[in-house]
Design a protein around this ligand. Structure first.
Ligand SMILES: *Cc1c(COP(=O)(O)O)cnc(C)c1O
Length: 458
């Protein structure tokens, strides 16, 4: 296995974590109704629930907080962020928002009308929900390899250009107010999109006159994947690759809680003057004045610094190396995962790990509970708890293709020995896999039930 690039930082401030004992873990699970979202963070040893807003800021980011200019309008913090935005993304306009979904909310409010379609490779769930909230229909047109767990296509986040073209011709351009793509493809495992595919997507949207917006949450990880995997990009730096990506688009949304390595923040960017004017009015209504969005001045400064740190190639080599290291060690132990691993997470295939648990008994949920029970590790089920639903016509349950558990890696937070501990814990769960039983609901709301459902063991 290739050497894992060591952490390109040393640790100056520490946050203690505590491994509570087995009896305490059992009690915590009981009280949480066997739903890891209901656990207290204090009772979690390694928290891999999400990489969103959970990164560790650098000393430069912490120092930048003290430069925060909290003026209501025209703050210096805004100017510093605007400069980073200009140098990295190059769109004519941008506005800060409190997180990614706020940018999506403004964009969809302005563009999407009842019954219209918004294609993408795969929409993230907040984007999907924002489009639906305006009466629109999100459409996912990722390449078919994306749903093959062991297909090692280097750019599994790519869009199927042929399908996109047919789709546009089928529903008509007048019914597509905006076209998108998500880099990397979070809902599809953090898989990257190639530059070649981005160019083809942009050309297709442009041919039909459809504005093209990029969901740019993990643009830096995507840029580094392009450098590593796409012919012709080895000698380009990530900034040059980012320029090439964003020059293809009319705008972007971003949650800065991902590749800008801040705890809160996001933006909406675009070239169109008219759209910007209207977006400013929406922003003022929903988020705040145009120079701060929903954020404090200091948050803008932390973001301005973090955007550059997220593009740093030493950091990215370590970051993608860490995910690859975790995936490689799990494969060595014979643990089924989605291959190849994406940028920000490793997905365990609970369906293959627990073949004796039927989908109706939630194998992914059983694995998420077991991770906590055995190691006080928290991860999220992405399977039937999240997605199974009754068919509106027949009433029969429709189950997702895969039963997954996502191990999301916070940025600059856990060391290699933390990951080794995760590997050993999962290996010990796999050893006695047949003894693990499924779960049933004792409470489940109709919408977004994975957040608040309660369970009991079978
Ligand atoms: C996190 C995320 C969002 C939403 O961002 P929030 O800051 O959580 O609102 C949108 N798209 C993708 C791809 C994401 O990963």
């Amino acid at each position: 296995m290739p050497i894992h690039p060591p952490e390109p930082f040393r640790i100056k401030v520490v946050e203690p974590i505590r491994l509570v004992n087995r009896a305490e873990r059992e009690e915590a699970l009981r009280q949480a109704g066997y739903n890891v979202f209901a656990l207290r963070a204090e009772d979690v040893f390694i928290d891999l629930l999400t990489d969103s807003g959970t990164g560790a800021m650098s000393h430069d980011q912490w120092a930048a907080l003290l430069h925060g200019d909290e003026s209501y309008a025209g703050a210096r913090s805004y100017e510093r962020l605007a400069e980073a935005m200009q140098q990295i993304f190059g769109f004519r306009h941008f506005m800060p928002t409190h997180q990614g979904r706020a940018a999506e909310s403004i964009l969809t409010a302005l563009l999407v009308k009842e019954g219209q379609y918004v294609p993408s490779n795969m929409h993230f769930d907040t984007t999907d929900a924002n489009i639906r909230a305006r009466g629109g229909r999100p459409v996912n047109l990722v390449i078919p390899q994306a749903s093959q767990p062991t297909d090692r296509h280097p750019f599994k986040g790519n869009m199927d250009i042929q399908k996109l073209r047919l789709f546009i011709q089928d529903v008509g351009v007048e019914n597509i107010p905006v076209g998108m793509i998500t880099i990397t493809n979070n809902a599809g495992g953090g898989q990257p999109v190639s530059m070649e595919n981005l160019r083809a997507v942009a050309a297709t949207y442009r041919e039909f006159g459809i504005p093209f917006f990029i969901d740019a949450c993990r643009f830096a990880e995507n840029a580094y994947f392009i450098k590593l995997r796409e012919p012709g990009y080895q000698d380009k730096n990530t900034l040059e690759i980012a320029h090439e990506i964003f020059a293809l688009a009319d705008g972007a949304t971003m949650s800065a809680k991902k590749d800008a390595i801040v705890n809160i923040g996001g933006f909406l960017a675009m070239n169109d003057d008219n759209l910007y004017q209207n977006a400013c009015n929406e922003l003022i209504l929903r988020e705040g004045f145009v120079t701060y969005g929903g954020l404090a001045g200091r948050d803008l400064d932390a973001m301005a610094v973090g955007l550059w740190e997220g593009l740093d190639e030493h950091y990215l080599a370590y970051r993608l190396g860490q995910t690859a290291y975790l995936a490689g060690r799990l494969l060595e132990k014979g643990i089924p995962i989605i291959e190849p691993p994406g940028g920000h997470a490793v997905y365990l295939d609970a369906g293959r790990l627990f073949p004796h648990i039927p989908q109706s008994d939630f194998p992914g949920q059983a694995l998420a509970v077991e991770l906590y029970r055995q190691g006080a590790i928290r991860a999220v089920e992405i399977g039937s708890v999240m997605f199974a639903h009754p068919d509106p016509e027949t009433g029969e349950m429709v189950y997702p293709a895969l039963e997954l558990v996502r191990l999301a890696i916070p940025r600059r937070v856990y060391t290699q020995s933390h990951l080794d501990y995760v590997v050993e814990t999962i290996a010990s769960i796999a050893e006695r896999g047949e003894a693990v039983r499924g779960y049933r609901f004792t409470y489940a709301p109709d919408l977004l039930r994975h957040f608040t459902a309660r369970f009991e063991p079978l």
